[in-house]
Design a protein around this ligand. Structure first.
Ligand SMILES: Nc1nc2c(ncn2[C@@H]2O[C@H](COP(=O)(O)OP(=O)(O)OP(=O)(O)O)[C@@H](O)[C@H]2O)c(=O)[nH]1
Ligand SMILES: [Mg+2]
Length: 224
């Protein structure tokens, strides 16, 4: 009887990706850099969050940003307008960033010059959750207009993130979004999750998030 040979593509891709992510992690430790992977749906406020955080931390830390998009350089232009270097990854169709893409982007930066590296992942609540890119912190944003039920539909994203930022709280007054229910479900699914309610428009909660992030960065960099 002939033997069936199986090539499990997804398994292979994910394990090769994990190896590359571990190399990135080692490199970041060597260079004393803290990496934040920002994930969310299109338009949830990833670039706005990165910019608002940059404004609060740029006097304390040397920051660079890697922007992931299928097309365009518009987000990189917004980052550069803040006086912060940006590298744009254009995936040309891929709906997530993986470790080799991030590694290639990091090769474009002089890593001796930075303490904090933001990665803006592709707008998508599915695939980015599956790919380790070597980050120290996995952040996801959920914006109020998307609805409080997204945790039921995209549970993996809410399980792999360390921090949930509930953005656009300025829209709450015209929405039926149930924040308490979302917080409860998030803690049930992912007991270690840290949650901040924020608005990149009004600034609500952004100082608390930025101060918390600063403490996380200090504790990594002083332990190295
Ligand atoms: N009202 C309000 N608007 C916001 C807030 N945060 C972001 N926005 C707006 O939402 C829109 C999308 O914000 P971005 O920061 O570009 O979102 P993004 O997730 O980076 O989008 P993509 O990169 O295209 O996936 C912009 O018009 C922002 O000004 C907020 O807290 N409140
Ligand atoms: Mg963006």
């Amino acid at each position: 009887m002939c033997e069936i040979k199986i090539i499990d593509i997804k398994q292979n891709i994910l394990s090769e990706n994990k190896d590359q992510a571990n190399i990135i992690r080692q490199n970041l430790a060597l260079k004393n850099i803290f990496m934040v992977n920002v994930m969310a749906s299109p338009g949830a406020g990833k670039t706005s969050l990165i910019i608002e955080t940059i404004k609060r931390l740029k006097d304390k830390l040397r920051i660079a940003v890697v922007e992931g998009d299928i097309e365009s350089v518009v987000d990189s232009e917004k980052i550069i307008a803040q006086g912060i270097p940006a590298v744009q990854i254009r995936t040309g169709g891929a709906c997530h960033l993986d470790a080799p893409m991030v590694s290639a982007a990091m090769d474009q930066l002089n890593l001796d010059l930075y303490d904090l590296l933001f990665i803006e992942n592709i707008g998508n609540l599915v695939c980015p959750a599956e790919f380790d890119i070597g980050s120290d912190l996995q952040v996801m944003l959920l914006s109020i207009p998307e609805g409080d039920d997204k945790i039921l539909k995209y549970p993996l994203m809410f399980s792999v993130c360390d921090v949930l930022l509930v953005n656009k709280t300025d829209y709450l007054f015209m929405s039926d979004f149930n924040r308490e229910l979302l917080h409860r479900r998030a803690k049930e699914l992912n007991p270690g999750i840290k949650i901040f309610d924020i608005s990149c428009k009004t600034g609500e909660g952004v100082n608390d998030w930025s101060n918390w992030l600063m403490k996380k960065i200090e504790s990594k960099l002083t332990s190295l």
